[in-house]
Design a protein around this ligand. Structure first.
Ligand SMILES: Cc1cc2nc3c(=O)[nH]c(=O)nc-3n(C[C@H](O)[C@H](O)[C@H](O)COP(=O)(O)OP(=O)(O)OC[C@H]3O[C@@H](n4cnc5c(N)ncnc54)[C@H](O)[C@@H]3O)c2cc1C
Length: 583
């Protein structure tokens, strides 16, 4: 694959962004349309030989580095004007190269809703087939994928003490044991799979799983950034004729231009091309070609806040590889000899729960907060968020029980008494916050500058109280046997530091972060409902400009999104191949 400008400048399909969806789609088109010329243009370099990408246990080490766009939000009012950073892969494979390798799926009902919102062909059954097409799940439940490019497995490395999590959590609030979110029924507690190759024990991601299967009709250009899509009037519609690179080079598309630049940059590229809200385009002095006010709106994220516990000295946690150089070297040797080690990453125990299960009783007050926050809203996403509160199969909270420290205070520094101890975190995630925000180009530097991201975090009491309920339940879990006997004390925030709901609120506002799952910014919805693409993923008002990535997710889902994103790419490939073959 090439980082140099291609010899040819004309292709059938021009795909912008060689990330999760982009490479999956490009590979399927290359295989399904062997006579077509396809180019993927990726802004980042190849990271194929990078340990920080390949070694699952080094996940997180690439965040904020050279493979990460690391976009800041604007200061968030409810968070005391804190800025929150959005890691996004800037490398071949995109965010699939830098993500945290959790492999799960939302509730079936959540995807079924896509169809009901006006997207024929996009229900759970159809998406389940598409998601399974993407995976080979070693040891997966009946019905999981057996011949797809991306490997998933239950990780061979496990922290022994995490075995206490499931019996503890399942003794509370009627929560079932369940590790099979993959079937569309995520509610419950259990170990979740990771996308790791069973032979090399490397991360399995779009650049290593899909791309090697492509034929020579696919050209991949790395370290090359697209500035905009070129449009030409064609009757009542606009036709995408190709793209202009930031150095001025034009690459022509004979058939489609497909944006797979992710939930932040795909909507930005539409705006840079003259498609979007009049006020946004006017501010950036871009001529409006298509009025599409939904672009960049509807921005949604999973919110996160963690608490950390010190684990008994007789249990080993993943922290030991960080503070003990000898142990680290031993573990690395184990990896080189293909034995399990902390560099495999480790299984995380994950809980998905509805409000009754989190609160341990009536959810009436929480539902009332949602109703009052969204009173009068006509937004279809808002309506769905209210409706789903009466569906017990849809998770509202996720809790990830980790085998190492994960917090804001930081691992205890050297020469302090708690350095050298082991920790576990409970990462609490809010799956359907009511706050929806926006991402738009920055008029001061529209093409190359950071976009203006305003997620409007915690702008309502439902989101705040929901996270407080979950934090309190997380503490209760840690105070329940058998997990209680595994831990020594609460390290962060600490039982003395946070006692009341008011203390939890302060802790939340000072520490809330995100799980790095922006979505819905170019939603597949009817135009009248703020949609940007139709069910064939074609941008309204255009003949042949599509978006294929996490931005087309119509309404926020309760899962880590990569399996859904691969499913979207698989379905997009089917649609495009069918069209090309005239079916
Ligand atoms: C740190 C982190 C941890 C995560 N953990 C998990 C997890 O454990 N499990 C999970 O399921 N999901 C996780 N996610 C989310 C998941 O990885 C993303 O939702 C998914 O990968 C998004 O895929 P995409 O195709 O929409 O975008 P991306 O994979 O981000 O691809 C977009 C690509 O477009 C390129 N691009 C952008 N603009 C241009 C341009 N103008 N010209 C050329 N190229 C351009 C980018 O460089 C990038 O390669 C995580 C994400 C991050 C960042």
């Amino acid at each position: 694959r090439s980082s140099k400008p291609p010899a040819a400048t004309s292709y059938d399909y021009v795909i912008v962004g060689g990330g999760t969806a982009g490479l999956a789609l490009a590979t399927r088109l290359s295989l399904g349309l062997p006579n077509a010329g396809i180019i993927v243009i990726e802004a980042g370099p190849s990271g194929l030989h990078e340990d920080g990408i390949n070694v699952p246990g080094l996940k997180g080490s690439t965040v904020g580095g050279k493979y990460d766009w690391f976009f800041p939000t604007i200061p968030q009012k409810a968070l005391n004007n804190r800025v929150v950073f959005n890691p996004r892969g800037k490398v071949l494979g995109g965010s699939s190269a830098i993500n945290f390798v959790t492999w799960d799926r939302p509730a079936a009902r959540e995807i079924e809703k896509w169809k009901e919102l006006g997207n024929p062909g996009w229900g759970w059954k159809e998406m389940e087939v598409a998601m399974e097409k993407a995976e080979t799940f070693i040891g997966g439940p009946l019905g999981s994928g057996t011949s797809g490019p991306v490997y998933a497995l239950y990780n061979r490395q496990k922290a022994v003490f995490l075995d206490a999590v499931a019996p503890t959590v399942s003794s509370l609030h009627g929560i079932p044991l369940n590790s099979d979110s993959i079937q569309g029924n995520p509610i419950g507690i259990g170990y979740q799979p990771t996308n790791v190759n069973p032979t090399s024990y490397n991360r399995s991601y779009s650049a290593t799983a899909y791309l090697p299967k492509a034929k020579s009709n696919l050209v991949v250009l790395t370290e090359t950034r697209v500035a905009k899509v070129n449009l030409q009037k064609s009757g009542k519609l606009q036709r995408a004729t190709g793209v202009t690179l930031t150095d001025g080079t034009i690459i022509t598309a004979r058939k489609d231009v497909i944006l797979s630049a992710g939930s932040i940059q795909s909507p930005n590229l539409l705006e840079l091309s003259g498609i979007g809200r009049a006020d946004v385009l006017k501010a950036a002095k871009i001529k409006q070609l298509i009025d599409l006010p939904g672009i960049g709106e509807n921005y949604q994220e999973h919110l996160l806040v963690s608490i950390n516990y010190q684990v008994r000295d007789d249990f080993i946690t993943g922290d030991r590889v960080n503070y003990n150089a000898t142990y680290r070297a031993e573990q690395w040797d184990r990896r080189l000899n293909n034995q399990s080690s902390w560099f495999d990453d480790a299984r995380s125990s994950i809980l998905f729960a509805n409000w009754k299960q989190i609160i341990g009783g009536s959810d009436k007050a929480q539902v009332a907060l949602a109703r009052s926050a969204l009173a009068g809203s006509k937004d279809v996403g808002h309506k769905w968020k209210l409706e789903q509160l009466s569906d017990p199969t849809i998770p509202q909270i996720e809790m990830i029980f980790t085998s190492r420290y994960f917090g804001n205070k930081g691992y205890p520094p050297v020469e302090t008494p708690l350095n050298g101890k082991g920790y576990m975190a409970i990462i609490v995630g809010l799956m359907h916050p009511l706050a929806t925000g926006s991402v738009h180009i920055n008029p001061a530097n529209a093409t190359l500058g950071n976009p203006i991201i305003d997620p409007k975090f915690l702008n309502n009491e439902y989101d705040i109280q929901g996270l407080i309920h979950a934090l309190k339940f997380a503490r209760k879990i840690l105070q329940t046997e058998p997990l209680k006997s595994v831990v020594v004390t609460e390290y962060e925030p600490g039982l003395d530091a946070v006692k009341t709901d008011a203390d939890w609120r302060t802790y939340l506002l000072n520490n809330m972060g995100i799980i790095f799952h922006p979505m819905c910014t170019a939603a597949m919805l009817p135009k009248k409902d703020g949609g940007v693409v139709d069910p064939k993923l074609v941008v309204y008002g255009t003949e042949n400009l599509r978006v294929v990535d996490a931005s087309v997710i119509p309404v926020q889902i309760s899962a880590h999104p990569q399996t859904v994103v691969y499913g979207i790419a698989e379905k997009a490939a089917e649609i495009i191949i069918k069209e090309a073959k005239g079916k």
